[in-house]
Structures are given as structure tokens and as C-alpha cells.
Design a protein around this ligand. Sequence first.
Ligand SMILES: *Cc1c(COP(=O)(O)O)cnc(C)c1O
Length: 378
Amino acid sequence: MLKNKKSRKKIPVSAPDIGPLEKKYVAEVMNSGWVSSVGPKVKEFEQLFSKFVETKYAIAVSNGTVALDLALEALGIGEGDEVVVPTLTFAATVNSVIHRGAKPIFVDSSLYDWDMDPQKLESVISKKTKAIIVVHLYGIPAQMVKIMEIAKRHKLFIIEDAAEAHGALYGKKMVGSIGNIGCFSFFANKVITTGEGGMCVTNSKRLYEKMKLIYSHGAKPNKSIYYFHPVIGHNFRMTSIQAALGIAQLKRIKQFLKTREIHENLYRRFLKNIPGIKFSPRPSGVKPIYWMHSILLDGASVDRKKLIMALKKQGIETRQFLYPIHKMPYCLKYAQGLFPVSEYLSKTGINLPSGVSLREKEIIYITDVIKKFVKKAI
Ligand SMILES: *Cc1c(COP(=O)(O)O)cnc(C)c1O
């Protein structure tokens, strides 16, 4: 298939794996007639997911962004409050804070794990600070012990944005289960997908009940009275069709994660000792998952834009790293200080094709194109 240019199929940067099990479960739910959030499927997905991440409670929501909105609202974050966030993250992490009327306070990343640097965290905490959103970027768990210790000392809540890290371990704990509330995304490019979808997990009964109240029109979940709303709420619910898809994906997640790890190791093997190419850190005491296969172009001789173009020409889709969010026009007013590590990662990083359907042959092909390009550049 990869022999000549014309018949070569394009390699996407990420593709979901939707198989017979997903189709079967979705068809079953369609046939049952329970297509909204009402019915048994959403509950079943929540129970399976809370078992997977080892938390007492889980609430399925319509996407990962509203999972963050729901978490912040349940923690009572609002106007006048400050929430500490990493600047190197997906925009939704930060936007959820701004939508609450609160102020995002940016922290630089660490080279140790590409996540929020605990050493740069304490100096940005003020009297107004109420919470920290920790992001386990690209599947690498953040330094939770250090961050939790600081949070405890200043009495701050912790939300874990685990949208890119389903199944990653910090010590023996699943990420998302460590802070007050963990948020996940099931967008099509995430480790498991429901098309669009998300989940909030917690071990706190109080926070669970609060989220449960807010996420469905502010109505009491056990409906003794209809159309009475003690508080103002939203509709953040997930449908049963999404939940059915999610149940099938969750049943396959262990294999997904294993396959992704194999792919990462193949990339590392084929690009070993190539000057100027660095892989993601593997800090001790944690087990990252490989949502993306990331490399940094650390050598001055390799031009990232040109490499991305060269790969594109060969039918290989990639992504440059995220932009630091303090650089977004609407965040300039919040940004204080310098973020050299985030800027370095943002400028040098490339995400290579990932996903369960990727083949070893394709990884050989991709890494050959990279090797040839680097050789020419030197
Ligand atoms: C994907 C993602 C989100 C948002 O999830 P959606 O389901 O797309 O709304 C939030 N935070 C991070 C870090 C993400 O990668």
C-alpha cells in the first residue's frame, strides 16, 4: 500500500477506532428507544467509568469543556476569584475559568513532565486564589504530591483536567481521581470517544450531589416534584447513544493503551540517536499514556515548519504543539511574567500520527521521512 505515491493512503494525525462492538451497542440503544439521557445506558457508562478511574462517583456530560464548567461551578468559583492554570494547555481549560467570571493565573511548564511547574506555582497564589486546574498534558501525569501539598497549605481546590490522560497512573492512582474533581473528554481524537462527550469524577458525595443538581436544569435528580428548580442549572447531559459508544470503547481501553505504548516505543526505536530529536519525558513514579506521540526538535538545524511540510507532502498529517494560552488576544490582560519553558515546548514540539489503527509499517515510513529530512538539514 505504501509502495507508490498514487496508491498511498494518507496517514491522519489521529483517528478513532470504531469497531463491531461499538456498532452493536449503539444499534441496541437505538432499538431500545432510549435515545436521550434517560434510560439505563448513561448510568451504566458512569458506573463503568467510575470503576475504571477508581472514584466513588461519575457524571457523564456532553463534552470535556462543560465537564470543566461544571466542576468550577460546583466548587463555587465565580467573580473575583483566581484560578491557577498552566499556560500550555488546550484553550478550554482556561476559558472555563473566564466563563465563570474568574481570573486565570498562568503558570509555566516544567521540562520534567511538560506539565505545570510546582516550583513556579506558589509565587502566583494570592488571597483571591481559590483553585488550581492541573492538566496532565499529552498523557503525562503532573507532579501531584507537590501540587497537592501547596494546595493544602493555601486551602485551594484541585481540578484535574485529565482530558488527554485516560488511564495514566500517578503512583498507583489513576489521574482524575486525585484532586477534588477530575474532568475527562471523549472527543473523537481522545483515548476513548463518544463522538462528543465528557465526564466529571469525584470521591466527594457533596460535590457529586451539587454537580448532579446543576447539570440538569437545577432540578432534583429523584423527581418527586416536576418543574420545580431550587437552583439555576444547565443542560450538560450526555445521550444514551453516546454512552453506548463509550461503554464499548471503555471495554477496549486496556488494549488501546497497550497498542499506543507499543507505537511510542516503535517511534523511539526508529528515531533513536537522531540528532536534534527528543521524545517526551518519562518521569519516575508515574505511568504516562501515549495520547500523542510527541517529539521536540531541539537542534537549531531542523526547521519545524519545513519538516511538517515535508511530512505533509508524503501524506503524513502532524500537529505542531499547542500555543501557550497567555498569548491568546483575550488573555493578554491576565498574563504576567515569563513562560520560557511553555514557549520552548510550544515552538519546538510536533505530534506525530497516533491512534490504535496505526500500523508498524506506517511508523517505519513516517520515521524514514523524518530521518531523511534531518540528514539533509544537517
Ligand atoms: C480536549 C480537551 C478539552 C476539551 O474537551 P472537549 O470534549 O473537546 O470539549 C479540555 N482540556 C484538554 C486538556 C483537552 O485536551
